[in-house]
Design a protein around this ligand. Sequence first.
Ligand SMILES: *[C@@H]1O[C@H](CO)[C@@H](O)[C@H](O)[C@H]1NC(C)=O
Ligand SMILES: *[C@@H]1O[C@H](CO)[C@@H](O)[C@H](O)[C@H]1NC(C)=O
Ligand SMILES: *[C@@H]1O[C@H](CO)[C@@H](O)[C@H](O)[C@H]1NC(C)=O
Length: 526
Amino acid sequence: MYTSFIILSIVLFVNNNLSVWAKEQFNEDLTLRSLSDGKLLAHFNFTTHVDVINPVPGASLHHYGLFPKVIGQVLQEYQVREMHLTFTQGRWKYDEWGYPPEQSTGTGVELWAWMENSTRVDNQWKSLTNTLSGLFCASLNFIDETITTEPTLSFQSSSSSSFEKNNNILLRYGSLPHESVCTENLTPWIKLLPCKAKSGIAELLNAHKIYNSNFHSMSIHAKSICANDDCTRRIMELKQTETSVLDPVRETSRRDWSLKEVFDRVLHGACPVADNSRVHIIQDDSNAKLSPELNNPLKGYDLKEVHDELDIRMTWSENSFHYPLEPAYPIISANRYFTGYGQERGGLEITIHNRNDKALPVIYYDSIPWYLKLYLHTLQVIVIDEKTGQQQLKEKGDIIRDMYYQPAIDRSRPTMLECQLLLPAKSIVTLSLDFDKVFLKYTEHRPDANRGFDIGSAVLTAQLPNENHTIRVYTDTLLVSLPTPDFSMPYNVITLTCTVIALFFGSVFNLLTRSFQIIKEEKEVK
Ligand SMILES: *[C@@H]1O[C@H](CO)[C@@H](O)[C@H](O)[C@H]1NC(C)=O
Ligand SMILES: *[C@@H]1O[C@H](CO)[C@@H](O)[C@H](O)[C@H]1NC(C)=O
Ligand SMILES: *[C@@H]1O[C@H](CO)[C@@H](O)[C@H](O)[C@H]1NC(C)=O
């Protein structure tokens, strides 16, 4: 009797203290879209949303179920408000596929985070990269101060509430263009999902098929924000996405596809804890036939109503697929390349194409490692009119409205260039800069020294007319070859020296140890 009273009072006490109210929601959806060149875009979207009311202001949160604990702890421990991590392999073809469903398509790994302003923010950023590195089995710990930047115009916080915007938060950005992405990164990513890959849409995440594609990208976007002044209400959000561009034409020369063929798996209903679980098919071609038929294309297939198996199949009534020659020109596209020759100096050029009928503001962001010394006074702007083909050297102020430039410091920070550009209607704008290449110390070269160094993508951020969200255009990564010492030289010297010594030693040793004796010829005794 007495013990049960104690237990009851303990339970009551604990309950009173933790009168935390949490509302959690998990949505999963898959969007499948046939691209104009016959490829199939698969976009997996898993979102977890937690809304917590905690009577203690600013208290850390421990009471949630669906939201992965590791991510929640990382956000709270390092005071991260917002975090975006993307792993990408391959190249998104803006010219043929239009704009991607997810903004980030820079090859390699990209990480940016909005963190609370404090004196420890750089240590927190370092801890964050190291933790994520362990969590996702990637070399994120190589994002150190020599490649971390703090962009001012690009990568704005997505948090819409004005309350959050007024708070002082700081941005950190880093990317690793050389990182290759594989199953070892996908497995920890899948582990963050409430149903893992056991049920629901995630069942289709078959690594063999997903990586056998033209483009592959997976990301996590996490957010932890206070929804009111004293921080008694906190919202945490996690969005995990996976984008693949699969190629059904490669195997059958037809663009027909089915889940079974593309992923080698079929669906068996929704993840039990999901509030919404849907498969959307985006199809503008009326010749295509979908089975099983879809009553409401906007709502898609509801997996909560699937109790058996679901295989979706799309067929065209054509014998073979003819590739359209006309690309789908996007409104803004960009290319970046190196100019010049030799190992001493070079140039960087970026061309931005605006196909809109009106002038369009865009933000250009570029971060160049310290071993390329940019000269800002060589910056030139050339505008080519699309209609007349006329080339014009413009005053910088006509095109560049605003500029943030951070010069590099050797071995401690990169060059960062951020420009607010106003692109004239129907034009191609080219920015060019010259640089010198630095002669590195021999220990600073990679083991595969002659491969060169990767330079991460430049990023254009723009708000397209008639669209409410911003888009980002990533250029290709670049490979630069710096003056490389002949690393085989010491080996050559050693072998040559050793040969000489061996020859010398051999003959001297021979001379010293050989005993010479005079052999007398015996006279014949007659
Ligand atoms: C992903 O899902 C969330 C919530 O269901 C939705 O708000 C968002 O628009 C989706 N994103 C994409 C790119 O489909
Ligand atoms: C960060 O905090 C420091 C000192 O508290 C302050 O001087 C600085 O303006 C703050 N930065 C931002 C971006 O709010
Ligand atoms: C953009 O957003 C505004 C208000 O948020 C809305 O009125 C408008 O219809 C939206 N435009 C498009 C093209 O979605």
